[in-house]
Design a protein around this ligand. Structure first.
Ligand code: AMP
Ligand code: MG
Length: 503
């Protein structure tokens, strides 16, 4: 924080002086259970997100921080809670889930007045652990930590991460690993599955208090309106569609799009076997346990809509006492999704191509390019980044992209139509377009092999690669001299890294 901002908002404070605002924890205990974190032996801070701490108004020098962020000491004056939820997992209904290893340890007001929740993931068992250990391993914690901050820097709505603490405590997964705890930060961690839980249990009276909490805290413009639930659900559906449009246009695959992993605020939530695609494949499935490919890249938009349909079904009791009327409202809200998604996705693809206006035929231009990238198994991130070099005043080939194409002649034909389309823009200035394109086509994303290298180093006690990636991915759109190797496609032997879905 700059000195002027510190004066404006007050200097960073030790934890006990931060303004607590426990309004989620203040809801009835039908929504959550008070649980203390299980102490974590020998905590070692792998990374502390000083920029986020400053945003939250937290004094990074507070002696109690490491103990609190590892679950070894409670946050002053706050009783931590684990939430209960249910969900559709890979399409199948699961009636009882919940925060099996996550605990909300504080709700504070940031210096700018926004309320945020802090949550420890991997802080030990809760009543919702279903026999599991309540822990998270260092491997998956590093992935969540790096990816949530990378997504934030890309401008994609996401939960954030404040800290990553490791411990030598053994944790059994496919192999014996070691424990870690991340501290996640979000305005709310409420999931679709929380509403589904009460609907399917035959407790529709529990829907309104939770919905009113979310509306009061996060959609205050709707407070008090008689039609607030319908208007709110429209916004949730819109945000979900817009989020997935952002995922698609950076080549991000979530991997486990179960309704319990879907945020009511439209945030990317619960990072597991996710992946940014290197070689572009339309049907890419990043989760090796997803045998049917339910959550493949090209299915993500429809799955997002299906998840909205599950949420809307659960909310039906709040929409009207007349079942037919409630069903009609649900249908109308559900149908918004496709139009919102298409509009948001096309706008983003157009931005990626440097097009200021969206015109008839642009959808075709995009889908032709994606087909070419698919057949060429072209590197998604690198190809889009290089497209800014196409010039309208010369027929020079699109160097770097053309070489990867299975059918270079077909690609040349595409570039010719792209050039013609660019010439039809009102502003045809190539340099200005290249600047615009470089602001939306990242140079650096969290490729699996980069995360893996950071994990392997950290497992050996060297956390420097985590820090390097945090710096790099904090500025994904900038050229960063000396860091080009992080922008390259993975070497052949690392192309098909299998990411375990255990975490
Ligand atoms: P996930 O696939 O990580 O979204 O988790 C699905 C459900 O299993 C959630 O309710 C988690 O809280 C729970 N869960 C996953 N791993 C563990 C674990 N190691 N201990 C307890 N609960 C877990
Ligand atoms: Mg989850």
């Amino acid at each position: 924080m700059r000195p002027q901002e510190a004066l404006l908002h007050g200097a960073p404070k030790p934890l006990e002086q931060l303004p607590l605002d426990p309004c989620y924890a203040g809801l009835s205990d039908v929504y959550h259970t008070v649980v203390s974190p299980t102490p974590l032996p020998h905590p070692r801070v792998v990374h502390f997100n000083a920029a986020l701490a400053a945003e939250l108004g937290i004094d990074a020098g507070d002696q109690a921080l490491v103990d609190i962020l590892s679950g070894n000491r409670p946050w002053p004056d706050y009783a931590p809670v684990a939430s209960v939820y249910a969900g559709h997992q890979f399409g199948a209904w699961v009636s009882q889930l919940g925060d099996g290893r996550a605990l909300t340890i504080a709700e504070i007001r940031k210096p700018d007045g926004e309320r945020v929740e802090l949550q420890l993931k991997g802080a030990g068992p809760t009543p919702y652990s279903r026999g599991s250990d309540g822990r998270a391993v260092l491997r998956s914690s590093i992935r969540e930590y790096l990816c949530s901050e990378a997504m934030h820097a890309l401008g994609i709505p996401t939960t954030r991460c404040l800290s990553l603490v490791a411990s030598p405590q053994p944790v059994q997964r496919e192999t014996l690993e070691t424990a870690a705890v991340v501290c996640r930060v979000a305005p709310s961690f409420v999931r679709f599955g929380q509403f589904e839980f009460f609907y399917h249990r035959g407790q529709p009276e529990q829907l309104a208090p939770l919905a009113d909490h979310v509306i009061a805290q996060h959609f205050p413009h709707l407070c008090g309106r008689p039609d607030r639930y319908a208007r709110w659900l429209e916004e949730v559906v819109d945000r979900t569609a817009q989020l997935i449009a952002q995922w698609q246009t950076v080549g991000f695959c979530h991997g486990v799009m179960n309704t319990d992993n879907f945020s009511i605020l439209g945030l990317t939530l619960d990072y597991g076997p996710f992946g940014f695609m290197d070689a572009f494949r339309q049907h890419h499935v990043c989760n090796h346990s997803d045998y049917e490919g339910r959550y493949g890249y090209d299915s993500q938009p429809l799955i997002g809509q299906w998840n909205c349909s599950r949420l809307l079904q659960a909310m039906q009791p709040l929409l009207s006492d007349d079942q037919d009327e409630a069903a009609a409202i649900v249908t109308a809200i559900y149908e918004r999704y496709s139009a919102t998604y298409s509009r948001a996705a096309l706008r983003r693809w157009a931005d990626k191509l440097g097009l200021i206006e969206v015109r008839d035929g642009d959808t075709r231009l995009v889908s032709q390019l994606l087909t070419l990238l698919h057949h060429g198994k072209s590197d998604f991130t690198r190809s889009f980044r290089l497209l800014s070099r196409v010039r309208t005043d010369s027929d020079a080939p699109a160097v770097g992209v053309r070489e990867e194409m299975a059918d270079p002649a077909a690609f040349d034909a595409w570039v010719a139509s792209y050039r013609a389309r660019l010439r039809a823009e009102q502003n045809t200035d190539d340099a200005a377009r290249a600047v615009r394109m470089d602001r939306v086509n990242p140079k650096y994303v969290l490729r699996n092999h980069l995360a893996q290298a950071a994990i392997e180093r950290a497992l050996d006690g060297d956390d420097s690669e985590v820090a390097t990636l945090m710096r790099l991915l904090g500025r994904p759109y900038d050229e960063q001299p000396g860091m080009e190797r992080y922008a390259a496609a993975p070497p052949d032997e690392l192309r098909h890294l299998e990411i375990s879905c255990s975490s």
